[in-house]
Design a protein around this ligand. Sequence first.
Ligand SMILES: Nc1ncnc2c1ncn2[C@@H]1O[C@H](COP(=O)(O)OP(=O)(O)OP(=O)(O)O)[C@@H](O)[C@H]1O
Ligand SMILES: [Mg+2]
Length: 212
Amino acid sequence: MKGKFISLEGGEGSGKSTAIDFIQRWLESHKVPFIMTREPGGTPFSEEIRQLVLSSREEKVNDTAELLLMFAARAQHVAEKIKPAIDQGTWVVSDRFIDSSYVYQGDARGGSTQILDQLTEWAVGDYHPDATLLLDVPVDVGQQRVLQRKYQDRLDKESSLFHQKVRDGFLERARLNPHRIRIIDASLPLEDVIAQIEKQLEALVQSWSGGI
Ligand SMILES: Nc1ncnc2c1ncn2[C@@H]1O[C@H](COP(=O)(O)OP(=O)(O)OP(=O)(O)O)[C@@H](O)[C@H]1O
Ligand SMILES: [Mg+2]
């Protein structure tokens, strides 16, 4: 049996990495074989592309160059890590995946949906997430949370307008894909966010297999 694929999405500081820690413990306690990964990145080669694309720099990065690098990293990630895991029955949990491209490189930067569809077909094929948890927070809340961190990457430093387009873009994708994308209200205290995630995980495994 193939492994299930869950992606975590949301803007900067929405709590994706915090949620992943909880999901990891939850899968361990349910004895599910899984790997955790992230985008951009996930393999040594793709992590090098991550460095390239996220590091702050003087030179303006062209939107098309950014988009293509994201997909170059993803093609490698799917072929070398995600596909082999799923094919051998291992679950995959990824901190960001395709929805981030549609929202950051599409809605926020103006990239064409048609091109994103074609690149997704090419780089991802049949290895789409079975479920996506969207951690939704108002932009100012997310920004406050990341400000507490020392390091800000090139995308963290974008304007509030950019981050508002990201939030709206994710919510629109959730509206268009209601079965796959589950919205989590991530503005609540952490314990409430975790409770929502746990409820969704339980519902998902129930729908997939009648329990684990
Ligand atoms: N529900 C919450 N309430 C308050 N603070 C939170 C909550 N969830 C996460 N945080 C804190 O907010 C900060 C950002 O969280 P986290 O790193 O998980 O976000 P992220 O979505 O992974 O961000 P990025 O996109 O930048 O990787 C962390 O310091 C975390 O402890
Ligand atoms: Mg994170």
